[in-house]
Design a protein around this ligand. Structure first.
Ligand SMILES: Nc1nc(=O)c2c([nH]1)NC[C@@H]1CN(c3ccc(C(=O)N[C@@H](CCC(=O)O)C(=O)O)cc3)C=[N+]21
Length: 297
């Protein structure tokens, strides 16, 4: 049996269209567009591509995009001063500080400076706490996008065995919290997990978020399982000087065993930006006091 390919790019396109469709009504009620501020420190080429795409898609959704590009040698105090300015700016509903940050800057200090009610990335400890205690807050975009793909495929996730490979604050841990909230039985595996292939073989749902190219092999997958590949790894491609993107899952092998699988690229990646716009729309409603129908998107 060959797995169904989960088209994250198409799903993300639909989600962005739904967000865009809700913007005019928000504008009419609030008298302004939702606004997203993105802060990029330094010149990392991959980060620049991502920030450019995000800007384009924010505009396409009818929202305001505020870009702040700072030099690589920016001080922590200067960055935090900008965050405070964005916290106070009534035209800004969402603030995203692109990670990773240069060495001289303490990431946790910067994230802590963001107003939790503008923290559309869901990285502030207040939102981490809200997620883990079941309160309404902002949920990190990548794991929320993964859950949307899973629910679209499976409907109710109750009672499913889920294995999350990776324990980062950005994907692994919030992913585990979200799956728990969906009544999955959740295992979080990581680099010290004993018998990882065996652990993964138990799972109805596998989420791979470790950043190791093609680590998860086909014979680790239970036949029919749903495989969500969060990895985006650039590796040498066909021919000199060429590169290609691969996930954390050996796609060619896993596609022969899984029930459904996300490709890389075109799987989870595009969902991240779509959910960012969705979170910004929600933040705009909350901050402007415009009612937002829970679960509208
Ligand atoms: N504060 C913060 N929030 C983030 O959400 C954040 C961040 N920092 N730092 C960097 C990572 C990376 N990230 C991606 C978003 C979209 C794609 C994406 O759309 N990928 C496409 C295309 C990939 C390509 O062609 O390069 C795909 O997988 O199909 C990938 C990666 C968000 N990040």
């Amino acid at each position: 049996m060959t797995a169904q390919i989960i088209d994250g790019k198409a799903f993300a396109g639909d989600l962005r269209a739904k967000v865009a469709a809700m913007v005019p009504a928000f504008r009419a009620k609030a008298g302004r567009a939702p606004g997203l501020a993105v802060v990029l420190v330094g010149e990392d080429p991959a980060s620049q591509v991502y920030v450019r795409n995000k800007h384009k898609m924010t505009i396409e959704a009818g929202m305001e995009s505020f870009e702040h590009r700072l030099p690589a040698d920016t001080s922590q105090d200067a960055l935090i001063a900008l965050v405070h300015q964005l916290n106070a700016d009534p035209s800004v509903d969402g603030i995203l500080v692109q990670l990773p940050l240069p060495r001289q800057i303490d990431e946790s200090a910067v994230l802590a400076a963001i107003d939790p009610d503008k923290d559309v990335d869901g990285f502030h400890v207040v939102n981490v706490g809200r997620l883990s205690t079941g309160m309404a807050g902002y949920v990190p975009c990548t794991p929320l996008g993964c859950v949307m793909l899973l629910k679209d495929r499976l409907g109710d996730l109750s009672g499913k065995d889920a294995v999350v490979i990776g324990r980062s604050n950005i994907v692994g841990k919030p992913m585990a919290q979200l799956l728990l909230a969906e009544n999955c039985t959740v295992t979080v595996a990581h680099s010290r997990t004993a018998n990882l292939p065996e652990v993964v073989r138990r799972a109805d749902i596998v989420v791979a978020a470790v950043g190791r190219p093609e680590m998860v092999k086909g014979d680790w997958i239970k036949p029919g399982a749903i495989v969500i590949d969060v990895g985006i790894n650039r590796v040498p491609g066909a021919g000199p000087g060429k590169t290609k993107l691969v996930g954390d899952v050996d796609f060619a092998e896993a596609v022969e065993v899984a029930g459904a699988i996300t490709p890389v690229p075109g799987g989870v990646g595009p969902m991240t930006i779509a959910v960012l716009l969705r979170n910004t729309l929600v933040a705009a409603h909350r901050l402007a006091g415009v009612p937002y129908e829970k679960g509208a998107i």
